[in-house]
Design a protein around this ligand. Structure first.
Ligand SMILES: *[C@@H]1O[C@H](CO)[C@@H](O)[C@H](O)[C@H]1NC(C)=O
Ligand SMILES: *[C@@H]1O[C@H](CO)[C@@H](O)[C@H](O)[C@H]1NC(C)=O
Length: 285
């Protein structure tokens, strides 16, 4: 009996190993689907699969995730367009599929720049069609030289934006105070590159230099960890580290550091967008 059971367990373990290693060697397109323009799967110099999104005069390009999630963590490594990327915008965002005027969205956009000038990471959130929660950051590194990891964590209490595991921004669920927050509809991940030279670089003053086209950004190592049902992942549980009601001291320190060294725009302090008073949550966070 004991021996048969041991054999059964051994063969189950073998099957599990095969399944597990199938996953490891699986294709990037197992989870992501190329949907638009000149996008393709390439092998980068370290032998890893990446999706190359390309912008040329005729078209941008895009991919999206095959699955949706309601509360999850998304990690992806991105290498942005090098050299003169002025006018280009590379995006990485999650969005619901309901009517636009009620849609929810969690956004990261990378605004290109002239050669040698810093990229801008633009972040925003929409809930039930209400946006206008922009904050922008510059990096301490050149995001075009290497891959860097960008993370969105979305649960019922927080939205967190991380760069190379460092916390850049948190949005707290302040629905009880009337602040918008996406809570009810699943989102899908999208990534795009497109031309936005009317506004993207130095307020639209610097245009896309098409003689440098095509412009290419690379994406690799996408992982999505869902928190939606039967929540037992420590990533998704309030009260277990990440999702504690209070950020721990080291995370608060990271935020303070990023706020003083990297933050270049904050809707809460922009009198052009809010003539009377900034939205309620600005005084709460
Ligand atoms: C581009 O570089 C200029 C000059 O350094 C800077 O003011 C601007 O914020 C940068 N980013 C964008 C998107 O224009
Ligand atoms: C892929 O991402 C995961 C999680 O972000 C990380 O642990 C792993 O080291 C990455 N793999 C490679 C090959 O970079």
């Amino acid at each position: 009996m004991g021996q048969a059971r041991a054999q059964l367990l051994a063969s189950l373990a073998a099957i599990y190993l095969i399944l597990a290693s199938t996953h490891v060697t699986g294709s990037i397109t197992d989870d992501l689907e190329i949907t638009w323009g000149n996008a393709k799967v390439v092998t980068d110099s370290s032998g890893q699969q990446a999706i190359a999104l390309t912008l040329d005069r005729s078209s941008g390009s895009a991919f999206h995730s095959k699955n949706t999630c309601l509360f999850c963590r998304i990690d992806i490594e991105i290498k942005l367009v090098p050299g003169n990327s002025a006018g280009t915008v590379t995006t990485f965002y999650m969005i619901t599929e309901n009517a636009w005027q009620f849609h929810d969205e969690i956004d990261i956009e990378f605004l290109g720049n002239s050669t040698g000038q810093p990229y801008t990471m633009h972040t925003n959130m929409y809930a039930r069609g209400q946006g206008g929660r922009e904050k922008q950051y510059k990096f301490d590194f050149d995001p075009t030289q290497d891959y860097h990891k960008y993370t969105i964590i979305w649960n019922k209490d927080w939205i967190l934006f991380l760069v190379d595991d460092k916390l850049y921004r948190q949005i707290k669920n302040n629905q009880i105070y009337g602040a918008p927050y996406p809570s009810y509809y699943p989102m899908r991940l999208y990534a795009t590159i497109w031309n936005a030279d009317e506004w993207a670089t130095q307020g639209g003053r610097v245009k896309t230099d098409w003689s440098q086209a095509p412009f290419t950004a690379y994406f690799r190592n996408y992982t999505a960890t869902s928190c939606s049902q039967f929540v037992n992942s420590p990533l998704c549980m309030p009260g277990s580290g990440w999702f504690d009601q209070q950020l721990d001291a080291s995370r608060q320190q990271q935020l303070a550091q990023v706020d003083s060294n990297n933050k270049i725009y904050d809707y809460c302090t922009d009198p052009r967008t809010y003539k009377s008073a900034p939205p309620r949550e600005c005084g709460l966070n």
